[in-house]
Design a protein around this ligand. Structure first.
Ligand code: KE4
Length: 430
């Protein structure tokens, strides 16, 4: 595979951008190769600057649930841009999207748009602290909520991938207010919340973990989390930046029937443009400035282009049968992966929910950070490189999710299965 132009661009990028990338995981350090620079994408296919085509299972880390360059989204952006790109003033588009998001996500009475998932989660915990008057935030080992200081404790995603213990630059004074406990462990959850209740402002959780690879929690764990936080007057925050509008129109909270006090959204709601959002009960959200004392602001928040792209995307998702069709193709693909793994001597475990999945190279079930860390990351790296050489674009880390979009057709998925089978056969011999 010719990668001369990507290599040249990477050298240029490293001279002016830290690590040559604008987000660490894209550097592909965890999979032992240099990143390819992409120039365009359509549907389920991305194309790099050397002209190589790949079936895409990264989907921009989740937003591209319709596939790339969906006509409705592109047209919405084009049309809106003709009337200006940003005003720093309220527009009808943000009202329309806010109403659509609140109508779709069961627990949302009010929502505030920001520009990233990180902004959404950092604002949500500030709001929870302001609402309760308490400081401690509880998170779960391996869950990732963006790069705000409070979250860089035993975080997931790039923090695991790059083996960063937390991060330099995060003051001890901040970190001391973050408790990180094991995901899916009801006993530790109950003990921690009851022992520390008087100091805990909120618990923030990925209702399906996507940043240590995909881990679907026991429903009893989520139910206990909801019951305990309600009993102890602790704000429960669902970080649905990945799961929102991915698992259902109403996200994981609709799928599991468990309603948090606050929800964080991102990725899909921007249609590929920079959008995050946090929202929840009116009683809590009315604490946010300018109505309330909890300050949060943003020059480009509610940007008309991003709102138009988000509206176009969500209007496609609301069409009858969208999620059923996505579930059907995801189920078919996962069954194919399970069959390949089952017929192979290579230890592999597939975790899937809806169109979100991770194949862990490990023997034992993956139910939390500790078991996820037993995965063979070298083997994943070799698998990644083989799949890339064959035209399949996977997440450059064992600890991320693979995404299926509405644009993935049977031929795309069969190609991925054929290459997966060939890669497993090579691994079995090595
Ligand atoms: P952003 O600030 O990257 O928009 O969102 C942060 C975030 C918050 N919550 C969850 C559950 C998330 O998954 C994320 C970001 N996800 C990662 C990939 N797992 C983004 C990719 C990257 O960091 O480059």
């Amino acid at each position: 595979m010719k990668t001369d132009l990507s290599a040249a661009l990477f050298a240029q990028a490293k001279a002016v951008i830290p690590g040559g990338v604008d987000s660490p995981v894209r550097a592909c350090k965890a999979v032992g190769c240099d990143p390819l620079f992409l120039k365009k994408a359509k549907g389920a296919v991305v194309v790099d600057v050397d002209g190589n085509e790949f079936v895409d299972f990264v989907c921009s880390w989740g937003p591209m649930i319709l596939g790339h360059a969906h006509p409705a989204v592109v047209e919405a952006i084009r049309e809106t841009a003709l009337d200006g790109t940003s005003f720093g003033a309220p527009t009808p588009l943000e009202v329309e999207l806010a109403r659509l998001v609140c109508d779709s996500v069961p627990s949302l009475e009010k929502v505030r748009f920001v520009n990233s998932g990180t902004e959404a989660t950092m604002s949500a915990i500030r709001l929870a602290r302001g609402y309760t008057g308490r400081n401690v935030v509880v998170k779960f080992d391996g869950c990732y909520h963006g790069h705000a200081d409070s979250f860089l404790v035993k975080a997931g995603s790039g923090v695991i991938t790059l083996g960063i213990p937390g991060s330099p630059g995060v003051p001890e004074d901040i970190v001391k207010n973050t408790l990180s406990i094991p995901y899916n462990d009801e006993e530790v959850l109950e003990t921690t919340l009851r022992d520390e209740a008087l100091d805990i402002a909120c618990v923030i959780v990925e209702p399906v973990a996507g940043n240590m690879g995909v881990i679907v929690p026991e429903l009893s764990f989520l139910r206990k989390l909801r019951d305990l936080t309600r009993e102890l007057s602790i704000v429960l925050i669902f970080d649905e930046v990945i799961t929102g509008f991915r698992l259902a129109l109403g996200g994981a909270q609709e799928r599991f029937g468990i309603l948090p006090d606050l929800t964080c959204l991102g990725k899909i709601i921007g249609g590929g443009l920079p959008v995050g959002a946090y929202g929840g009960k009116k009683e809590i959200m009315d604490m946010v400035a300018p109505d309330g004392p909890v300050y949060q602001a943003g020059t480009l928040s509610g940007n008309p282009l991003a709102m138009a792209a988000g509206l176009a995307m969500l209007n496609e998702l609301r069409k009858p049968g969208f999620y059923e069709a996505l579930e059907e193709k995801s189920r078919w693909f996962a069954a194919g992966l399970e069959q390949i793994a089952g017929n192979s001597s290579v230890p592999a475990v597939l975790n899937r929910i809806g169109s979100l999945m991770t194949c862990f190279f490990t023997e034992a079930p993956v139910t939390d950070y500790r078991s996820a860390m037993l995965a063979d990351t070298d083997r994943y790296g070799r698998h990644y490189r083989r799949m890339l050489a064959g035209g399949i674009y996977l997440a450059p880390s064992q600890f991320e999710a693979a995404f299926i979009s509405a644009a993935h057709d049977r031929s795309h998925l069969e190609k991925a299965l054929d290459l997966t089978e060939s890669s497993f056969k090579k691994m079995a011999k090595s």
